[in-house]
Ligand binder design. Structure first.
Ligand code: PHE
Length: 354
């Protein structure tokens, strides 16, 4: 007489049966799309999937049964994994349809490209204008020492611009700071290059200011430097007039007002005729007809000497402008903070091929 099956024998037989059915299912499975395939993968191979369940049940079998079922389970697992791999390959190489490979009119997977940041658009425009005049472009470090950011530029030791209010120093070393202007790159260039020098220096600069619509703790500059024999203030003026007219409009007027910078003598600030009202006066230019765009001057002989350039042979001019300022004038951005908030609704307005 046949003895009744034990619990473990019943489990053994059911498992064998189940595995062969599932094996058949795996072999015949075809995925219509990526979602289908993912469902299949989760059902068989997922952490709470069929195979995991069966491997758990497997632990309750006898040693002999284990040998038998273990082999079958591994077979099922490999079959499921192979199936997923092959289907993945076909799905992703042909977009799930064998027709795709031959139908060249099918749309491609469209990837949206970003737009250029407004500050970069304007920076590139400034660079292109000065390139046309023969200026080269140089960059330098944002973490600077006192010499390049201040001392070599003729800042007296007690000058207020060195004050903790304006400059980010590091606690460990009063000699190291985040550069407050790209004039530091002018020094680096003069130290390493023999005149003639004709370069511009774009870059990010830092000042310790409370963040508001009109001030930020970092912003961007382009400074320029021209050193040669017989460079005069007239050269500076003509260069800046050319720049203003290329950047804004062909009939833009410029105005130079006397000013002070430790590293230039004489120094000036330059206004352009208001590009919104054409100089007639409006809210934007506070009804003066003029808006300030940059600082400039003849390089102080002390600065030339600090960099090993003979100030009896060479003269030069320098200028510096804020990219945010120029961008505001071009696009009327009311709040500086917009430039660093990464709001796509703002950024997408500046489509450009530059
Ligand atoms: N370095 C000055 C600033 O950051 C700008 C400047 C550059 C002025 C060159 C004159 C000459 O404000």
């Amino acid at each position: 007489m046949e003895h009744p099956l034990t619990g473990s024998e019943i489990r053994f037989n059911t498992m064998r049966e189940k595995i062969s059915l599932l094996l058949e299912e795996v072999r015949t499975f075809a995925a219509a799309n990526a979602e289908n395939l993912e469902q299949f993968r989760i059902r068989f191979l997922g952490r709470k999937g069929l195979l995991q369940d069966m491997f758990d049940e497997f632990k309750t079998l006898s040693v002999e049964q284990k040998r038998d079922v273990g082999q079958l389970l591994n077979e099922l697992k490999n079959a499921a994994q192979d199936k997923v791999n092959t289907l993945m390959e076909t799905l992703y190489s042909s977009n799930g349809s064998s027709e795709v490979e031959t139908d060249l009119t099918m749309p491609v997977n469209f990837r949206e490209t970003g737009t250029r940041h407004p500050l970069n658009i304007v920076r590139n425009e400034i660079i292109r204008i000065f390139r046309r005049l023969g200026f080269t472009v140089s960059e330098g470090p944002e973490i600077e020492d006192d010499w390049h950011n201040f001392s070599a530029l003729n800042f007296p030791p007690e000058h207020p611009a060195r004050d903790m209010q304006d400059t980010f120093f590091i606690e460990q070393d009063p000699d190291i700071a985040l550069r407050t202007h790209t004039s530091s790159v002018q020094i680096r260039t003069m130290e390493t290059t023999k005149p003639p020098i004709r370069s511009i220096f774009p870059g990010r600069v830092y000042r310790n200011e409370a963040i508001s619509a009109r001030a930020h703790c970092f912003f961007h500059q382009v400074e320029g430097l021209y050193i040669d024999k017989n460079v005069s203030f007239a050269d500076l003026k003509q260069t800046l007039l050319y720049f203003a007219r290329e950047m804004f409009a062909a009939d833009t007027q410029i105005r130079l007002r006397p000013s002070y910078f430790p590293f230039t003598e004489p120094s000036a600030e330059m206004d352009i005729s208001c590009n919104l009202c054409g100089g007639k006066g409006c809210g934007f230019c506070k009804y003066t007809g003029w808006v300030e765009i940059l600082g400039c001057g003849m390089v102080d002989p002390n600065v030339l000497e600090n960099c090993g350039i003979d100030s009896k042979v060479y003269t030069g001019y320098a200028f510096g402008m804020g990219i945010e300022r120029i961008t505001n004038l071009k696009y009327q951005v009311k709040d500086l903070r917009m430039f660093s908030e990464n709001d796509l609704r703002f950024l997408r307005q500046f489509e450009s091929s530059f």
